[in-house]
Ligand binder design. Structure first.
Ligand code: NAD
Ligand code: UDX
Length: 453
């Protein structure tokens, strides 16, 4: 049992705090957002994450988990301090480390003895060294501080099970005491442990996300080519995915990857390379293909509807993926903004993310409580996020409710025959031949991020 402080009560911080408490440790989770901490103390989870609420309640009741805004007190009582604050993308593509720096300074000021400080935030190579020197600069005495890198690989929507059953745990550290403490902490998970130095560990996190993003952009590009050749990309995915060197996972074409990690992490890694005079052409292309996937979706509507001005599009799904209410860098939001720019009206529904989307989109988009309300009077429908409840969409009911007849399945979850049987037209990603040539809108300059966090 260890005494742990987790700084940052976001997706990563709160899940980490709760899971370490669940494993029997004594955990306090710190956030500088007083409203968030007050909510957590009252049992309110600040975001939607399956099975997290029950686990938070269980562990707060068992007094293994607490919340505070008092970082100094939390630092003083802890043996191990995790930094889990945000590292969003700056406008120049670099990771914004201001929250990490601020936390390192506060840890330094609060120091009253030896500590292990662990960076769980996704940070560029060399950040561990920066954290170490900021802490030393502000510490009131010459205390032994080990800075460890322990990147997190959980996915939103399955965060708790990902944390408790990881494929591997990566620990970057430079001394035996810190390594032993990290081994102890993670021993109950019985997961493979990759122990390395801090810089390598920082790089591992970026390389993992960049690889997964590359796989998605690769299959999106293949899907786009399939559309021009009248080949069904799903069969191509099966045909290549069964090769174990390729694998079937993360091979689903769609409207592009989004979320708070892939877009910013690919950019940050590219920037790390660029500032060292390596242009990282592959990473650049991964990101370019992803942006164009959004443009291509808008282009499909424009072509099929003969222009967008005055047309009404119903969008099902706003979160960047199912089982989360996170709309950060969600492709659905980027597509909606472009549809609005081109004069279309948008009606939308997400089972969980309507409120979060309303904050980003403002009053220009009508957000509805049910999927069938959203499709009412629409000229076309976009399936943007593959929530399970959309899989059983009643196409006959849609056909009656809609003014037009186009279904654009941005995640390839519908059977084209069923859509067509209801008298509707079906367009997926890489499943049906696209009319005309496929690259017309590519000269349009596009801003990188729709919803920078
Ligand atoms: P988040 O934005 O959801 O949460 C960050 C929290 O830190 C917020 O609650 C914020 O109020 C708090 N905070 C900011 N500055 C603070 C300070 N000075 N003192 C105390 N609290 C402060 O972020 P997140 O999604 O949890 O991501 C955190 C880090 O983990 C990022 O580096 C991210 O790239 C990485 N990561 C995220 C995921 C994911 O799925 N979201 C997965 C793996 C890694
Ligand atoms: C990702 C990483 O998977 C996780 O390891 C890391 O810790 C944080 O970043 P997350 O952003 O929660 O997790 O979601 P993920 O499931 O990876 O999906 C990211 C995006 O890729 C989503 O927009 C999703 O729709 C898209 N995606 C995923 C595809 O378009 N096709 C796929 O085959 C898989």
């Amino acid at each position: 049992m260890k005494s742990i402080a987790i700084i940052g009560a976001g997706y990563v911080g709160l899940v980490t705090a709760t899971c370490f408490a669940e494993l029997g440790n004594d955990v306090v989770c710190v956030d500088n957002n007083a409203a968030k901490v007050a909510g957590l103390e009252a049992g309110e989870i600040p975001f939607y994450e399956p099975s997290l609420a029950e686990m938070v309640t269980r562990n707060t009741q068992a007094k293994r988990l607490g919340f505070t805004t008092d970082i100094s007190a939390a630092v003083r009582r802890a043996e191990v301090i995790f930094i889990a604050v945000g590292t969003p993308m700056r406008s120049d593509g670099h990771a914004d480390l201001s929250a990490v720096r601020a936390v390192a300074r506060e840890i330094g000021l609060a120091l009253d003895g030896p500590k292990i400080v662990v960076s769980k935030s996704t940070v560029p190579v060399e950040t561990g060294e920066m954290i170490s020197s900021i802490i030393r600069e502000h510490a009131p005495g010459d205390y032994a501080v080990s800075v460890v890198s322990n990147p997190e690989f959980l996915r939103e929507g399955s965060a708790v099970s990902d944390f408790l059953k990881p494929d591997r745990v990566v620990v970057g550290c430079s001394d035996a005491t810190a390594e032993a403490a990290m081994r102890d902490l993670y021993a109950p998970l019985d997961a493979p442990l990759v122990v390395t130095d801090v810089r390598t560990s920082e790089m591992i996190k970026y390389a993992a996300n960049a690889f997964l993003a590359t796989k998605i952009s690769f299959i999106n590009e293949i899907a786009n080519i399939c559309e021009l050749l009248d080949v069904d990309v799903r069969a191509v995915c099966a045909g290549i995915g069964y090769d174990q060197r390729i694998g079937t996972k993360f091979l689903n074409p769609g409207i592009g990857y989004g979320g708070s990690c892939f877009p910013k992490d690919v950019r940050a890694l590219e920037q790390l390379a660029v500032e060292r005079d390596y242009p990282a052409p592959l990473l650049h292309s991964v990101e370019l293909v992803n942006r164009r996937q959004v443009e291509r979706t808008v282009m499909k509507f424009e072509r099929e509807l003969g222009g967008l001005n005055g047309k009404t599009i119903a969008v099902l799904g706003l979160a960047f993926k199912p089982n989360t209410d996170d709309v950060r860098d969600a492709p659905a939001i980027a597509i909606i903004q472009r549809l609005l720019d081109r004069g279309a009206k948008v009606r939308a529904h997400d089972p969980i993310a309507n409120a979060a989307a309303a904050q980003v989109l403002g009053p220009n988009v009508a957000l509805h409580d049910t999927m069938y309300d959203a499709v009412e009077g629409a000229d076309a429908l976009l399936l943007a996020t593959e929530w399970n409840e959309f899989r059983s969409l009643d196409f006959t009911r849609c056909a009656k409710a809609m003014r037009g007849d186009l279904i654009l399945d941005g995640r390839n979850i519908f059977e084209p025959e069923k859509v067509r049987a209801a008298g509707l037209r079906y367009l997926g990603v890489g499943r049906v031949k696209l009319r005309g040539k496929g690259s017309v809108v590519y000269e349009t300059p596009v801003s990188y991020s729709a919803t920078q966090s």
